[in-house]
Each structure stands twice: as C-alpha cells, then as structure tokens.
Design a protein. Structure first.
Lengths: 191, 191
DNA sequence: CCTACCGATCGGTAGG
DNA sequence: CCTACCGATCGGTAGG
C-alpha cells in the first residue's frame, strides 16, 4: 500500500547539509552520508558527480534564500526601518527553518574549490551590502544616529549569523519574538 | 654565529593553531603540519602524542586566555559598566593578538573527543555566565534597562565572537577603537 | 543501487 | 628528527 521509498537527489542534498553542518565538510565521508540514507557510499554517485559538487549544491541553497530575502526587501517601497525589520525577521526565519543549509553556507564555504569559493564569498558580500544600504538610507533619513554603516552592518550580521550556534527549536522564545528582540537590540545600538 | 633553529613543542602547537583555524581540524593532516615546520609528519610525534592532543592543546590556550580575562574582571571592584567595558576590551585584544587559538577554541571544539569536548563547552558556558552576571548586576544597579540577561549576554558575545571572521590587522580601526565601537553598539542595545 | 575494487592519503609506530 | 612502513579509510570508477 505504502509507496516504496526511493532516494532522490533532494534527499541526498538534504542529508549532506545535515552532516556537513554537524560534522563539517572534511569530517563527513561519502560512506557516512550513504549510511544515513541506507545506501553504500558508492551509490551516491548515481545522483551527484562528486563531494565538492554536493557541497556547492547545499551552499547554493543557503545562498539563494538569503539573496532572495535581500532582493525582496530592497525592491520594496518600505522606509529603511521597516526594511531592516524585514531583513532581520526574514533572516531569523531562514535560520530557523533551514538551519543545515544556513550553517553550511556560513561555515563551510571556505572548503569549496575555486572559483566557486570566491563566488560564494561575493554573494555573502552582496548580502552584507544590502544591510549597509538600508542602514545608510535610514541614517540619511534621520531615523538613526550617524555611525559607519559598514561597521553597523557587520555588527547586525554578527548577531544574526551567530543564531545557528545557540538557537534550539524547543527554546521558550518563538522565532518571531527572537526577531523582535534582535531588532530592538541592534537598533538600540543605532540610536 | 646564529643559533641553529630547533623546533620546539611550542612551535608545533602554534603552527597547529594556524592550520586548524585556517583549514579546520579535519582539513589539516599531520603531513601538512610537518610541512610548514620543515619536518616529516611522523617527526611531530616526538613532541606530541596524537592529533587530538594537539587540538586540545591549542584550544586550551584559547580557553585559558578568555577564562583569565573573565576571572580578572569579575574579581575587580569596578562597577558593572566598567566591568563590561573591560570584558569587551579584553576580548577584542585576545582575538587580535591570538587569533589562531581564539578561532580554534570557538570553531573546532566540537571535534574534540569526549570528555574533553564537553569540558571545553562548559568553559565557554562559564565565560558566557561572566557576561550574564555583569549584565544582571548592571541592571539591578539601574545602569541599564531591564532585559533578559542571558539573551543580552548571547547578543554581546555574538558580536565579539564574530570578530575573527572579519578583523584584519591592516584595517583602519585600531583594536582600541574597535572595542569602543562594540561597547557603544551593545550598550545602545542595553539602554 | 550494489559488488568489487582502484590509487592516494590518513594517523600513527618501529627502529635508529 | 628521518626512513620505512602499517592497517584503515578516503573519494571515486567499472560493470552490472
């Protein structure tokens, strides 16, 4: 009655994200990955061409979510403070809902072969630029005190990017509450 | 005339810190490490008993510096705001002056075998508790607005622990300036 | 998707 | 600190 389970490429990429984020890229073997999927390590090569490609695939998923958020917020007509609020809320939700891809994107990109490594670092830079731009406009509009926008962007992203290190789903605070707390904390620093 | 260079255990631990922090523990082989010291990989075992022990040694150096800072600040008679300022300045200086050990302590501890791994995580917890305690006392003294102290400690440490990801010695900002910027940013969030 | 296997590399040891 | 080496494991391929 129940459909026979069949491993798809999506299953492989998801499982790889979990292992890469927990044990690191170099701490994960193809046999480990096969093991959690109930396959031999060599069988994975029916779905992918190599371990490096698998890493790129996981990281690209993470990158796409953050870039999608930045594009959406930047193209809106909201004032800068609302935009910053949207960036923070969106970022928290991405980390909460897709923690493996987010962690791999943030922590394992350095193990990508060139030129992919450089490309991913550029994507992270573009994401940071989105924050910087919103902050700059908010200061220009008199919403926040004057500070170096680049430094403020780094500080805000420091708080957001550390989320994956301590966030636990069973925690008392909902993702929404957490986003509000972070927004208030960082705008306190901007005021 | 010049003394013959001779590799000491300290050289080995320092070089290991550099490689572990740059390439990760599992991305560094004993032969890699020997290579940067001008030795064969097998020669390293005259100085150490194993790769795991080497990781513990690097991490212990990082842990000791942070714990030393926390002990010193907590035992002082300064008011909470001065204590927080001292913690932040001390933390910045540790990261700036000993970035390899700090990064390895922060990022590679999960690869330690048990029970060392748990012990190091407890040290990190104790370090966070120091921040929490200072924040709690500052709030009780009316220096800062009431917020959950644990959450504030996490946010402040998020900014501090992200330092190793972007700090560059050739940057325009001196470590002292940076510490002031961080203090103002996070106390803005506390006010 | 498995079996059988490849050459390369891993952490580590023996003996000097 | 090196040479010579160990068994284990690595990413990956051939063939079915």
């Amino acid at each position: 009655m129940t459909a026979r389970p069949r491993t798809t490429k999506d299953d492989v990429v998801k499982a790889a994200g979990k292992l890469f984020s927990e044990r690191g890229f170099h701490g994960t073997s193809m046999r480990d990955l096969g093991g959690v999927l109930g396959l031999e390590g060599s069988s994975l090569y029916a779905h992918i061409t190599g371990k490096d490609q698998l890493l790129l695939e996981v990281i690209s998923r993470g990158a796409a979510m953050f870039q999608g958020l930045a594009d959406e917020v930047l193209s809106s007509q909201d004032p800068p403070d609302v935009k910053l609020r949207s960036l923070i809320h969106g970022h928290v939700l991405i980390v909460v809902d897709h923690i493996d891809e987010a962690r791999t994107f943030l922590n394992e990109a350095r193990f990508l072969p060139e030129p992919q490594r450089t490309r991913v670092l550029e994507l992270r830079r573009r994401y940071q630029d989105a924050y910087e731009e919103v902050i700059r406009r908010g200061m220009a509009a008199g919403l926040w005190r004057q500070h170096p926008p680049q430094l403020m962007a780094i500080f805000i992203l420091s708080v957001l990017n550390a989320l994956d290190r301590w966030y636990r789903p069973q925690g008392l605070r909902s993702p929404q509450d957490l986003a509000v707390d972070i927004y208030e904390f960082v705008t306190g620093g901007l005021s």
